[in-house]
Design a protein around this ligand. Structure first.
Ligand code: SF4
Length: 338
């Protein structure tokens, strides 16, 4: 084990760490919202979303009583929408089962939708000043380099080692654990970065096994991700006599679940099977863009078709694009505003 790790890390954090993030020292709710947003999204992207979200839903009760449409509208652009759906679901549970108070207990926290062990650890330590252990992407990367942990870090063996190390390095007292949690995140994001880590500024350069062996670039070892073949999706924008576009709510499960978009399918003829009343083959091509999801890329082809509202039996919402308030996936928004 590295000597005086948490003390040295705390000294480093005090001088070089981040102290002005808008969710810091704001309690459990702000920590929870920020932690969920920060999963798969970088701090600079999250900050404006977080500020808008907290302004609109300042308390758990506000979030629980809001409509899912409104929550998703405030999430639109952040991606990974199951995070927002789970946040909303968990807020309702906290209000109904926990008297609107976030549980200060690891086991109760991880029973809530969307809260895993690491997020629970962050809520406990950063939100409540209690002892909590985290193992997010930053921590995983730092530990894999400090201790040369081989293999896919998401696999059970590596996970066991990582949790054990994370736990051993975290101070016993809650307040120290709070500083430690932030410091580990900061070390990973400021110094021990994914690419081009600045080991010359690292407080653990003399202890780090990967650095000492000159093998930093080998860690963490790349994860084997099963890539899905690239796809083409057709986006058919129906526009009525008042220049309004038909927005349909997407099924809750699946990509962009609960958000609003025009018809999307793999081809115009597939859409034509649903829209029997109009000839979709008359649709005009508007342009296209490529969007990358985490494990595949999709080419979005945009078509527009002028219709009469009364010919469309679909249950949806007709709106001018610029005044539609519900959440629309960012790439679809881009296409529509093309
Ligand atoms: S010495 Fe380099 S690789 Fe090792 S923990 Fe520090 S920044 Fe990361």
């Amino acid at each position: 084990m590295i000597e005086n790790f948490s003390q040295r890390l705390a000294v480093w954090q005090k001088q070089y760490g981040r102290h002005e993030l808008p969710w810091q020292r704001q309690g459990g709710y702000a920590t929870w919202v920020a932690e969920i947003m920060l999963q798969q999204t970088q701090v600079q992207v999250v900050v404006p979303y977080f500020q808008k979200f907290i302004k609109e839903f300042p308390t758990i009760s506000d979030l629980a009583s809001a409509s899912l449409d409104s929550v998703l509208a405030h999430w639109a652009g952040l991606g990974y929408y199951s995070r927002a759906r789970n946040l909303h679901k968990a807020a309702k549970i906290i209000v109904s089962d926990h008297h609107s108070e976030i549980p200060k207990d690891l086991d109760l926290l991880i029973q809530l939708p969307g809260i895993g062990r690491s997020t629970a650890g962050a809520i406990l330590s950063l939100g409540f000043g209690l002892r909590g252990v985290i193992q997010d992407g930053n921590v995983r990367r730092v530990l894999s380099r400090l201790f040369c942990i081989h293999g896919d870090l998401s696999k059970a063996t590596a996970q066991k080692t990582l949790w054990k190390l994370a736990d051993q390095l975290t101070p016993k007292s809650g307040l120290d654990a709070c500083v430690h949690t932030q410091a580990m995140m900061d070390l990973g994001s400021i110094v021990c970065r994914r690419s081009k880590p600045t080991c010359q500024f690292c407080p653990f350069a003399v202890d780090c096994q990967a650095h000492k062996r000159g093998e930093v670039s080998r860690f963490p070892e790349p994860k084997r991700v099963k890539q899905r073949p690239d796809e083409t999706w057709v986006v058919l924008q129906l526009e009525n006599e008042r220049d309004e576009t038909l927005f349909l709510r997407r099924p809750l499960e699946g990509i962009w679940g609960g958000l609003y978009a025009p018809h999307i399918d793999s081809s115009l003829s597939k859409i034509s099977e649903i829209l029997k009343s109009v000839d979709v083959l008359d649709a005009e091509y508007q342009g296209e863009l490529t969007h990358a999801f985490s494990h595949f890329r999709v080419r979005l082809e945009h078509y527009k078709l002028k219709v009469h509202s009364q010919d469309i039996a679909e249950i949806g919402m007709w709106f001018p694009i610029d005044s539609f308030q519900n959440g629309v996936p960012a790439p679809i928004n881009k296409l529509l505003n093309g």
